[in-house]
Design a protein around this ligand. Structure first.
Ligand SMILES: Nc1ncnc2c1ncn2[C@@H]1O[C@H](COP(=O)(O)OP(=O)(O)OP(=O)(O)O)[C@@H](O)[C@H]1O
Ligand SMILES: [Mg+2]
Length: 256
């Protein structure tokens, strides 16, 4: 279990003043769970991941729990163009493990993401989906207990994205790693998350549990209810002003 206790974190603005991003955030992340952090652009999702990854330390409050084995996947694959797929995937292990163990782990991670046959290719020969698979393999080779993913499928087309989502579920089920997956796509959150946390104004505005089995159906009572709650949270129905006056219901010139 990982937890944020009353975490406050923000940034100084170049023109002076301050932007408070996380405001007394309380959050619990259960071990082995698939969490989705959902929120609008700029609400602090990446900030939250950076704190979890230890790239930044919270200014106030505390973060508790074991974060000793972390894998991170960003929105772009960030591969090194001069290295092969296998070298890219094994890059972070190269100085920590001996060659044969690195090779074994890379082969197993590439098989897990469906790239066993692409080990010797260079990044310029890969499609966007394949490149992102390499990035996932690179995160998996260190056998993370916590996998942090920041909009990893944001740049993929709808078909590849669905395929990658299904693969990620399979990887999660096989490895048992705790996942924290950031997105601003409601349908992606519903397809993936067992816990969906909506981040708003620097706090968790909604904590939704979704028990539906994978691969998730597109409809059904539980899915529809989650969709309804999330859409109404982000897109509240416009308020139509009540008609006024004796001729209510008629269209009239408002300057009358
Ligand atoms: N290093 C930084 N210095 C100054 N401001 C920052 C820094 N990092 C983030 N911010 C600001 O903090 C706010 C939250 O940023 P963050 O990147 O966490 O948002 P996000 O929810 O990940 O957005 P997106 O969905 O667009 O990626 C934004 O207003 C951003 O401009
Ligand atoms: Mg972000």
């Amino acid at each position: 279990m990982l937890s944020f206790h009353q975490v406050r974190h923000g940034y100084d603005l170049p023109a002076g003043g301050r932007r408070e991003v996380l405001r007394k955030l309380d959050l619990k992340l259960a071990s082995g769970e698939f969490h989705v952090i959902l929120g609008r652009s700029g609400c602090g999702k990446s900030t939250l991941l950076r704190l979890l990854a230890g790239l930044e330390t919270p200014e106030h409050g505390a973060l508790e729990g074991d974060r000793s084995a972390i894998g991170v996947v960003f929105q772009e694959p960030r591969l090194m163009p001069w290295l092969t797929v296998a070298q890219n995937a094994g890059f972070l292990l190269a100085h920590r493990l001996d060659r044969s163990e690195t090779r074994r782990r890379v082969a197993s991670a590439l098989a897990m993401v469906g790239l066993a046959d692409a080990a010797d290719l260079r990044p310029d020969k890969l499609s966007g989906g394949m490149a992102q698979r390499v990035a996932i393999a690179r995160a998996l080779v260190s056998r993370p207990k916590l996998l942090l993913m920041d909009e990893p499928f944001g740049a993929l087309d709808a078909f590849t994205r669905k395929q990658m989502q299904d693969e990620l579920i399979r990887i999660w089920q096989t490895t048992g790693t705790t996942i924290v997956f950031v997105t601003h796509d409601i349908e992606e959150a519903i397809r993936l998350g067992r816990t969906i946390l909506v981040l708003e104004e620097g706090q968790v505005a909604l904590d939704l549990k979704l028990a539906a089995a994978y691969p998730r159906p597109v409809s059904g009572a539980e899915i529809e209810s989650a969709r309804q709650q999330l859409f109404s949270r982000f897109f509240p129905a416009p308020r139509i002003p009540a008609p006024a006056g004796p001729r209510s219901g008629e269209l009239h010139d408002p300057t009358d």
